[in-house]
Structures are given as structure tokens and as C-alpha cells.
Design a protein around this ligand. Structure first.
Ligand code: AMP
Ligand code: MN
Ligand code: MN
Ligand code: MN
Length: 280
């Protein structure tokens, strides 16, 4: 039996395991096809691929691109990409560029709220300093006993609209989909149920994503409860999207699903891996 997990993070972005340790953990837990989808950075894929060979696991080259659409932060996963593609790499490079400056602003805001030393503190948790992000700040705040857990760090301080939230403009949706397609990959709208969009706006997003050449949407995701599986399955059928599934695993004990532990796709939707050219 094939068990698919097409969304997870290593310490190249905001996960805590190295790509090799992530692949080993996924294999131990029965995952047979794994996509590593670090935020805006593909530099963990070579290590993951080398490790996958030793575990008999199929590694799918992936990435999760940070996008700003009508002021909302969205994530678009690229699957079965060609990481060496120059168009993709140039786009990811541009997307990463403002991250450190944004982290400095988050730290300033946290300073103002009485949480000192958070830039250096967050950096301690960022194996790849160029990818410093809110998850690293959350770990700093949790480990320092300043907040109870990551959920409360985001709710009180780091999440959209919270006290130390710093708005940021990421890649445009059309550009991100274009980079993924230029590299021969499939663009997948990540965890659509997580965005604070009303039904009409969700439909506008899905039809725009389809027109741009988006291939799939995540149906099974850590932030989706089973009633959302049905809703997004219907959306996928209506717009002609394939369906994806993934744990969005970041760290042992931190993530809702462990690697490979997300439930299988519901029947009636087309699994995205049936459309892979390279992997699968
Ligand atoms: P950034 O790319 O720096 O904006 O950080 C986004 C990341 O923060 C996501 O990919 C998650 O890893 C993490 N994150 C966002 N919201 C939450 C939350 N409510 N609880 C825990 N982690 C979160
Ligand atoms: Mn993340
Ligand atoms: Mn995401
Ligand atoms: Mn993710």
C-alpha cells in the first residue's frame, strides 16, 4: 500500500528536523511517497533525495511558496517541480528577500511589548537564518516561558492582527503559479480551509487559481476537519482540480499530524500524484 504525505517542512525552513531525519521518520511511520515542501526554499531536496534512496521511499520535489492575494497571506505548494529550474529559483530568491527585515520588525514590536532579545532568540531556532519566520519566534517565546504554547504565541502576538503582527507582501499568486509551472511542476493551493475568506471570495480565489493553471487543492490538511474534506472535494470536482493530502509536519510534538498520519483522500476526488511526471 502506498501512503502519501505531500506537505512537510525540514529545518531548511521552519521545521526542526534535518531533511535526512525527516525522511527517516516518514519511512519509519510507513510513508512511501513524501514531498518535502519547505517554505520558499528548495535547498533541502538533495539531502532528502539521498536519504529517500536508502529507505525505499519515493521523494517528490516540492516547495511551499508564500503568496499575497488581495491582502491575504496564502500558500501555494509546488509538487514534482524541477528544483534546478532558473525561473523557479529566481522567484524563490525574490520571495525570500524581505524575510530578515520583516523579522527585525517583528522583534522591534516584541521589544515594545516587553519581550526582549527575540531576534537573536528566534535565530537560535533557525538553522537557515535567511528563512527566519514566525515559527522560530514562537519557539523562542514558548521555550522562554513567555507564552503557554505556539497556538497562544500566534493568537496573542504573531498571528494576523495580533500585537506583534507585521504585514508583509509576499509573491503574487500569478507569479508563484507561473514559477511552479515553468519548472514543470503542479501548483497546489495549500490548506484552503485556513484562509479567512467568505464563500464568494473563496470561489473567486478557486476560479482565478484554475485560470492561472493551478492543478490541485489540498483536501486533507492539518487545519481541515472532515466536514471540510467533503466541501473541498466538491469544489475540486466543480473546478476540475486534483486533490492533495499532507501532514504539514514541522516538528515532533508540535504538529497536529505526524508524518504520514493524515487520513487518506476521500473517494470521488482525483489524487494529484496520478498527474506527476517525474515522481510517482
Ligand atoms: P511565516 O512564513 O514566517 O509567516 O510563518 C508562517 C508559519 O507559521 C506557518 O507555516 C506555520 O508553520 C506557522 N504558523 C502559522 N500560524 C500558526 C498557528 N496558529 N499555530 C502554530 N503555527 C502557526
Ligand atoms: Mn511553517
Ligand atoms: Mn502553509
Ligand atoms: Mn506548510
Amino acid at each position: 500500500m502506498t501512503r502519501h504525505d505531500l506537505h512537510c517542512h525540514s529545518n531548511v525552513s521552519d521545521g526542526t528536523l534535518t531533511p535526512a531525519a525527516l525522511v527517516a521518520r516518514a519511512a519509519e511511520r510507513g510513508t512511501t511517497m513524501l514531498a518535502l515542501t519547505d517554505h520558499d526554499d528548495t535547498s533541502g531536496l538533495a539531502e532528502a533525495r539521498a536519504a529517500a534512496a536508502g529507505h525505499g521511499l519515493t521523494l517528490v520535489d516540492g516547495v511551499e511558496i508564500s503568496v499575497t492575494w488581495r491582502g491575504y497571506s496564502l500558500h501555494v505548494v509546488g509538487l514534482d517541480i524541477e528544483p534546478g529550474n532558473a525561473v523557479l529559483q529566481e522567484g524563490l530568491h525574490m520571495t525570500r528577500e524581505g524575510r530578515v527585515e520583516r523579522a527585525r520588525k517583528i522583534a522591534l514590536a516584541l521589544d515594545g511589548l516587553g519581550y526582549a532579545g527575540s531576534f537573536d532568540g528566534a535565530l537560535q531556532f533557525a538553522a537557515n537564518p535567511a528563512m527566519i519566520g514566525r515559527a522560530h519566534f514562537a519557539r523562542f517565546l514558548v521555550r522562554g516561558g513567555m507564552v503557554r504554547n505556539a497556538q497562544s504565541a500566534f493568537k496573542r502576538l504573531l498571528g494576523a492582527g495580533a500585537a506583534a503582527y507585521v504585514p508583509h507582501v509576499w509573491a503574487q499568486l500569478d507569479a508563484a503559479v507561473g514559477w511552479i509551472r515553468a519548472s514543470g511542476g503542479l501548483a497546489v493551493l495549500a490548506h484552503p480551509g485556513r484562509y479567512p475568506l467568505d464563500d464568494a471570495t473563496m470561489r473567486e480565489l478557486l476560479s482565478e487559481f484554475r485560470e492561472l493553471g493551478g492543478a490541485a487543492i489540498e483536501i486533507v490538511a492539518d487545519s481541515h476537519r472532515p466536514q471540510l474534506y467533503r466541501k473541498f472535494c466538491q469544489h475540486a470536482q466543480f473546478y476540475g482540480f486534483a486533490a492533495s493530502t499532507g501532514s504539514d509536519f514541522h516538528s515532533p510534538g508540535e504538529s497536529y499530524f505526524d508524518l504520514g498520519a493524515a487520513p487518506p483522500l476521500p473517494s470521488g476526488c482525483v489524487p494529484v500524484w496520478e498527474r506527476f511526471k517525474r515522481a510517482g
